[in-house]
Design a protein around this ligand. Sequence first.
Ligand code: AR6
Length: 174
Amino acid sequence: MKFGNVKIEAIQGDITNQNDITAIVNAANAQLQMGGGVAGAIHTAAGKELAEETKFLAPINPGQAVITGAYKLPNKYIIHTLGPVYGFNQPEETFLRKCYKNSLALAEENNIDSIAFPAISTGAFGYPFEQATEIAFSSVLDFTNEAKSVKLIRFVLFSEKDFQYYQKKLNSIK
Ligand code: AR6
C-alpha cells in the first residue's frame, strides 16, 4: 500500500531474515541484552559484538529508541526500542506510539530508506495484539506525512494469524 511516497507492507516471517531492508527494529529489553523473542533472535543472529555495542547505550526507557550496527545480520542498522509492559508502563498507548515514532525519527536522522518492525510489546510484554496493531498503524500513518528518506515500512509478523490480521487492516485503510 502506498501512502504519499511511503510504501507500507505486511509479511509473515522472521525479523532476522529481512535481507533487503536497511534497518530492522528490535523489541528490546531495557538493558539492550539478549532476552527472548525478537531480542533473542536478533542478538543470536547478529553475534556477540552487538551486546558489546549496546552495553554502552543501556539502559533505555519505555518509548525510547537507539541505533547500532547490525554485525552479522544482512542489514545496515538495528534500531532498538523498549515497548511498554502492558498493565505497568502507563499509559501504554503513549509509550507504544513513542516506540514507532522515535524509531522512525532515528531512521530519518540516519538517512535510512527502508525499515522493518516486529509487533512491539505483543509478546512477553503482553500488549493485546489488536490494540497494539491500531497504534502501530496510526503511528506509522502519521509519520508518512513527514517522511523524507524512509520509502518502505515493513511489518514482519511471526504467526500466520497475526499476519492475516495486519493484512486485513492494511487493506481496509484505503
Ligand atoms: N521475528 C518477528 N517477530 C517475532 C520473532 C521474530 N524472530 N520472534 C517473536 N516475534 P517479543 P515484547 C513476535 O516478546 O513483547 C524479550 O524477551 C512475537 O510473536 O519479542 O516487546 C525482550 O528481551 C510477538 O508478536 O517482544 C524483552 O524483555 C512480537 O514479536 C521482551 O521480550 C513481540 O514479542 C520484549 O517483549
